[in-house]
Design a protein around this ligand. Structure first.
Ligand code: DGT
Ligand code: CA
Ligand code: CA
Ligand code: ZN
Length: 593
């Protein structure tokens, strides 16, 4: 079979890493990485394009050399230049590079100097001190790597929601195509609650022909294993290794089943206790009167909750902690939704490590219906991300001012400015003062001890030009542990200075995470949902950030970028020390209306 775009992208990604291990030029390495990212996002298969004799060099980032390699891969199943590189380098070195905190060069050093070729071998060497002896490694970095390996293991086979949701959507679309008579079809379980990782995907639906839906599921091309295939429940494993449980319900009882399998288990337990006190018992088929044994069915969730004397509760809140009490008191929040967002304040272009020209990013933001956006390419300190120097940033600003004339959406000039290890900003103050929006983020020296890291973050928060702190903890789900810092002290500093905190919607980050965002909201800190897009299609990932905000009980007025253009411009034009007043005025005003 011809290689998929995903496989081609992976080959080029690896090619970039192998060249980096060999110490090739940054230019060449970046060319492969950029091609990989573009190819990943293409909407039609390259194999078809090659078959039709299309000119691949028309694809941005694909030059003559890369287009020849794509053609070679598609016609022969391999790329000889890649095979040669793999042969030249020690075995296992590509696996080592997958360990977070281990770049291609470090993977080479581990392999050559310690003779290690497996991830477990690295964990061992980190634990017994050998890893720390490598040049440019040291004790703290080695400890960090051990923690990253543990972070991966702790995921224990769970899938990040960013991977699970597209799989669920693909399967649901395929099922609807195969069985047009399907009526309702929804994800339930952790996916419907938007947990950050998913154990398995649960789907439930209704259909006049229930058995045909299970039959269609086991026959889908992406299914590689069938675990259960019965009249009520079908379980399969798809290619990516995720399990999918599908249940088909009776339409009259759909509400009860939807509620039961949405969980969480803790929410259901809390609800069951509550029901028991009313002489009722709950299961997936309905609500039973414990005295008479009579079962009531519910076609939708609203009537189910209403029967218990409760309002309907958004799945994101169903943790079993506070939502049932809040429901009883009538204090469940009206949660923010994606269409409340009026702007995205963290977007990259090809000027730094983004994939697309500025115009494409602006148009993508306008297409989301936004009133404003901030372009925030990286600062110079981030060499690998092609960060902007003062000169390049200045020319970008003039370009943006010119471009503005062509667009209705307000283009704000910004930067994702590195917070240096010392807590200093990576641009001079005069430069930062010229920008509309400064997102300040940690990208280096992530192994600092708690006191140092806390002081570093607070120093950035206190900077008069820093608008937002980006991805506060720098964690990568299942790949990199969060940095160590004093959360409460940092949140207090943010509140005291009127500095906003980002909910980074990129599904590998989700940072702030839900519990941190919950605390930040309680403290009245302005929260911003940003996508940190490096490609124009990434703006759609806002839904993952909105889910974090909803799990944090955020209403629209808790989120800074639900402000209209006028309100937001007023916010950023107010000196930081008074900004919280602007935010609060709107927050309290909206709450009363
Ligand atoms: P996961 O799959 O680990 O990400 O988490 P869930 O919540 O999707 O859990 P899963 O797939 O085992 O079950 C889906 C839902 O079904 C769960 O959230 C609540 C409900 N459920 C399953 N088993 C039980 C049970 O033994 N007791 C109760 N009360 N609810 C259950
Ligand atoms: Ca599940
Ligand atoms: Ca399940
Ligand atoms: Zn960043």
């Amino acid at each position: 079979m011809a290689p998929t775009n995903e496989q081609i992208a992976e080959l080029f990604e690896n090619m970039g890493s192998l060249l980096e291990m060999k110490g090739d030029t940054v230019f060449k390495i970046r060319a492969y990485q950029r091609a990989a990212r573009t190819i990943e996002q293409l909407s039609s298969p390259l194999a078809t394009a090659v078959e039709n004799g299309e000119d691949l060099t028309k694809i941005p980032g694909v030059g003559k050399a890369i287009s020849e390699k794509i053609a070679e891969y598609i016609s022969t199943g391999q790329v000889s230049a890649y095979e040669r590189l793999v042969e030249e380098l020690p075995s296992g070195v590509l696996d080592l590079k997958e360990i977070p905190g281990v770049g291609p060069k470090m993977a080479m050093a581990i392999s050559q100097q310690l003779g290690i070729s497996t991830v477990d071998g690295v964990a061992e060497a980190a634990a017994d001190g050998r890893l720390a002896t490598l040049p440019r490694m040291g004790k703290r970095a080695a400890e960090g790597i051990l923690r990253h390996i543990n972070a991966f293991k702790e995921m224990g086979g769970r899938t990040p929601i960013g991977e699970a949701l597209p799989v669920a959507e693909e399967v649901m679309n395929a099922l609807r195509e195969q069985c047009p008579e399907i009526d309702q079809l929804f994800p339930v379980g952790s996916l419907r609650r938007w947990e950050e990782t998913i154990g398995d995907i649960d789907l439930i639906g209704t259909s006049p022909n229930p058995e045909s839906v299970g039959d269609a599921l086991v026959a889908l091309p992406m299914v590689k294993d069938v675990l259960v295939h019965g009249p009520k429940k079908t379980s399969v494993v798809v290619e990516s290794g995720i399990q999918i449980d599908l249940r088909i319900a009776e339409p009259e009882a759909f509400g009860a089943m939807l509620q039961y399998f949405t969980g969480s288990q803790q929410h259901n337990i809390r609800l069951r206790d509550f029901a028991n006190r009313q002489g009722l018992s709950l299961n997936e088929y309905g609500i039973t009167n414990t005295e008479t044994g009579q079962v009531e069915e519910f076609a939708d969730e609203e009537t189910f909750y209403a029967r218990l004397g409760l309002p309907w509760m958004p799945p994101e809140l169903r943790t079993g902690l506070y939502e049932v009490d809040a429901g009883l008191e009538g204090t469940l929040p009206g949660l923010v939704v994606a269409t409340d967002l009026k702007g995205d304040l963290h977007l990259h272009s090809e000027w730094s490590d983004g994939n697309d020209p500025i115009e494409l990013m602006v148009e993508a933001a306008a297409a989301q219906g936004y009133e404003y956006m901030a372009l925030t390419d990286h600062s110079q300190g981030l060499g690998v991300a092609n960060g902007l120097t003062v000169e390049r940033l200045e020319s970008q600003i003039s370009l943006l001012r010119e471009m503005q004339e062509k667009y209705d959406i307000t283009i704000l000039c910004g930067s994702e400015c590195d917070i240096r290890a010392s807590g200093e900003m990576d641009f001079p103050d005069e430069m930062l003062a010229q920008l509309d929006v400064v997102v300040a983020s940690v990208h280096s020296a992530m192994g600092q001890d708690q006191a140092t890291m806390t002081a570093r973050m607070i120093k950035a928060i206190e900077h008069p030009s820093v608008t937002i702190i980006g991805h506060l903890t720098t964690r990568l789900l299942g790949q990199r542990e969060p940095v160590e810092f004093d959360l409460e002290a940092v949140l207090e500093a943010a509140r005291d200075t009127g500095t906003a905190l980002e909910i980074n919607a990129s599904p590998e980050r989700l940072d702030l995470r839900d519990t941190h965002a919950y605390r930040a909201r309680e403290m009245g800190i302005p929260l911003v949902i940003n996508t940190d897009s490096h490609h124009h299609t990434h703006l759609d990932k806002r839904r993952f950030g909105v889910a974090v905000a909803r799990r944090a009980w955020c209403r629209p007025e808790d989120i800074l970028n639900t402000m209209s253009r006028e309100e937001f411009l007023k916010f950023i034009r107010t000196p930081k020390s008074k900004r919280l007043n602007v935010f609060d005025a709107r927050r309290n005003g909206t709450a009363q209306s």
